[in-house]
Design a protein around this ligand. Structure first.
Ligand code: GAP
Length: 498
């Protein structure tokens, strides 16, 4: 199966993951809203990243800085001068393109060899009839393109009631700068010793000229960034500290994506060539993922040297240094920056999880999310919604489990259909309450107080006592083995269509 972006866009809308922003007004350009399941998935990604890279580590702390920063931050960082893309406009249809992206799109051609008939030619190719290559606007096929001009990607706004040049400020285009300008506050308030890192997850804004490909490149997105400060005069295992920590962060980030489900075959590292390195970087690697659009950047991990702290020291007039007690010297730390996009991570996890398979002659769409990522952990389903006792018990189970996890109750279809719905949104486990669970009170039966747990991936079922549900899910949802649970509790007797 070759997965297309259209399949993911359609599933995302149908099942409440991602909607086009302001859709009823025709949508806003390349801005997306996360729906009820999308917000759970996104929060899980951010929570796991924070847990693994901040909470679990004694060398990491976090901040949550304001989006609106002092405009001089962006002068010091180089964004006012250099955060630009080359842009060209069509003189006919006025469409605007990134100059370096024009040839990466299919182009319209009125072919002189066929009396001017219109054809769409694949990106980068010549017309097979007349041999011409694209020179005009790829969208209308008629207009000349202007020469390239630099276009700054930052969104401008005004601070305060007066809309003049002095009040201009920017929506942050990256979360990183807040870690640099708060370096001293954080280091001193927390008495941190090098090496240590500051993490932040939050919104960033870029007025991309050619955004697109669903949530891959948008104008408003979220980043999870770490600035890891190291002493450039130290060595670790015989290597300069910055180079050692750069490699360590690359390995840790790769391991993190693998841990939550991205497969080896869909992940790779790409080293930046010297001529594409950002002005501040000594070395940068991208972690690339094989998205439905092909291999593309998932995150970057840069060695930014002491560039940022020195720039902010210069522009602010403050000394942003660290006192090395051992060497009795002030040093400007080097910075290793693992910078990930939340939306791109979500897209990668979604693409990786998506599978279509045939079950008893029918198509089953299943999102095989890692249980810790899954938006809903457990769905509680009554086998018969007309039996009051069954429905009451199912609601009570949902209430109990919801103290720990996101759990839903659904009785709006027959059980086979309910299972398929949960498969399609990646719910790892369903709990089914049936007559055997509650017994028949008319006949004076107690019921066995057991429910059926159904595993999303194997579609196997086990019959588990109600009192064991919380510990069983505590195990299963944190990496516990389904086979062990199935072995311990045995197969379900009253298995409904899996
Ligand atoms: N502080 C460094 C920095 O911002 P970047 O490579 O520009 O580096 C880091 O951005 C990550 O943020 C990217 O790898 C990507 O995952 C995400 N990102 C950047 N621009 C984006 C956009 N327009 N839409 C969605 N995600 C974006």
């Amino acid at each position: 199966m070759s997965l297309t972006m259209d399949t993911l866009v359609s599933l995302s809308k149908r099942r409440g993951f991602v909607f086009q922003s302001s859709e009823i007004y025709g949508g806003t350009g390349s801005v997306w809203d996360y729906g009820p399941l999308g917000v759970e998935l996104k929060q899980n990604i951010k929570r796991l990243w924070w847990r693994d890279f901040v909470q679990m580590r004694s060398d990491m702390v976090g901040i949550d800085a304001a989006i609106l920063m002092h405009p001089n931050v962006w002068r010091a960082s180089g964004h006012v001068e250099q955060f630009t893309d080359p842009m060209v406009d069509c003189r006919e249809c006025q469409h605007r393109f990134r100059a370096d992206h024009v040839d990466a799109r299919p182009w319209l051609h009125f072919c002189p060899a066929t009396k001017g008939n219109k054809f769409e030619i694949p990106a980068g190719e010549a017309c097979p009839r007349c041999g011409a290559r694209r020179t005009l606007c790829p969208d209308c096929g008629k207009g000349e393109l202007t020469t390239a001009r630099n276009f700054n990607l930052m969104f401008k706004t005004f601070m305060g009631p007066v809309e003049d040049a002095a009040a201009v400020t920017y929506l942050r285009p990256e979360t990183a700068q807040a870690m640099f300008v708060n370096f001293e506050n954080v280091q001193q308030s927390m008495r941190l010793k090098l090496p240590f890192g500051i993490a932040q997850a939050g919104r960033s804004f870029r007025n991309e000229i050619t955004p697109g490909n669903f949530i891959f490149r948008t104008r408003e997105f979220e980043q999870m960034e770490i600035e890891y400060f190291v002493n450039p005069h130290e060595t670790v295992e015989g290597r300069p500290a910055d180079e050692f920590w750069h490699d360590r962060w690359i390995a840790d980030c790769m391991a993190w994506f693998r841990r939550y489900g991205l497969s080896e075959a869909n992940l790779r590292l790409r080293e930046h060539e010297p001529d594409e390195l950002a002005h501040y970087a000594k070395r940068t690697l991208d972690i690339e993922y094989r998205f439905p659009i092909g291999w593309s950047e998932l995150m970057g991990i840069a060695n930014r040297t002491d560039y940022d702290l020195k720039q902010h020291a210069k522009f602010s007039g403050k000394t942003l240094t660290y006192f090395d007690e051992e060497r009795k010297e002030h040093v400007v730390p080097y910075v290793i920056e693992p910078a990930a996009g939340v939306d791109r991570a979500l897209l990668a996890f979604l693409a990786e999880a998506y599978q279509e398979e045939e079950v008893r002659g029918e198509k089953r769409v299943v999102l095989r999310f890692h249980p810790e990522l899954a938006p809903v952990k457990v769905a509680v389903l009554p086998l018969l919604k007309k039996r009051e006792e069954i429905v009451r018990t199912a609601h009570a189970i949902r209430g109990e489990l919801a103290k720990h996890w996101r759990v839903v109750y659904d009785d709006t279809a027959a059980i086979g259909r309910l299972y398929r719905r949960q498969d399609e949104v990646g719910t790892p486990y369903c709990v089914t309450v049936d007559v055997q669970t509650v017994g028949d009170s008319d006949k004076g039966e107690q019921g066995d107080q057991r429910v059926t747990i159904r595993d999303r991936d194997s579609m196997q079922q086990a019959r588990v006592p109600l009192r064991e549900l919380v510990p069983v899910f505590q195990d299963l949802l944190t990496g516990g083995d389904w086979a062990a649970v199935a072995g311990r509790f045995g197969a379900a007797a009253a298995a409904a269509a899996g």
